[in-house]
Ligand binder design. Structure first.
Ligand SMILES: [Cu+2]
Length: 158
């Protein structure tokens, strides 16, 4: 029941331009790109997620530059003491998703552009960037984004 409700809310928040694709294919076309083929990856970017003693939460590093068309492996490690997420998306989608997470903190993601890791765990996202522009990485566990847990991925035109 709860899952169905969250699905409805996420669908409602989807932008009109993406709605048609999502109805047709489950996961719609995303401006940030698409799940990649690891065999075609040209770069592995290691990202660590942590909390600091003074209450900040961080991705290290938090800013990346890639090229349009490039497939990247994000090798993500949770070096902190609580759960964190690595969500990759365009900024307005991240902010919509953040608002949903604040209403439903226990919401779990099952999206190719997101991973949630328990303390000490590692995981990866293989991603192909199909558009240039500036996109976001963020942790959407409530409070974490505002504690500093976000960054930018700049995708250069070729
Ligand atoms: Cu976090």
């Amino acid at each position: 029941m709860k899952t169905a409700l969250i699905g409805l809310i996420v669908a409602t928040l989807a932008t009109p331009v993406l709605a048609a694709g999502e109805h047709a294919g489950g996961h719609g076309e995303m401006a940030v790109g698409e799940p990649g083929d690891k065999a075609k990856a040209t770069q592995t970017i290691r990202v660590t997620m942590t909390e600091t003693d003074d209450g900040k939460m961080l991705f290290t590093p938090s800013n990346f530059k890639v090229r349009k068309g490039q497939t990247v492996v994000f090798a993500v490690k949770n070096a902190g003491e609580i759960d964190h997420e690595f969500v990759l998306d365009q900024e307005d989608k991240v902010m919509e998703h953040k608002a949903v997470m604040e209403k439903f903190p226990e919401m779990e993601h099952d999206d190719p552009n997101a991973i949630r890791l328990a303390p000490g765990k590692t995981g990866e996202i293989v991603w192909r960037f199909t558009n240039d522009g500036v996109f976001k990485i963020a942790c959407l566990v409530p409070g974490h984004y505002d504690a500093g847990m976000h960054g930018d991925v700049t995708v250069a035109q070729k």
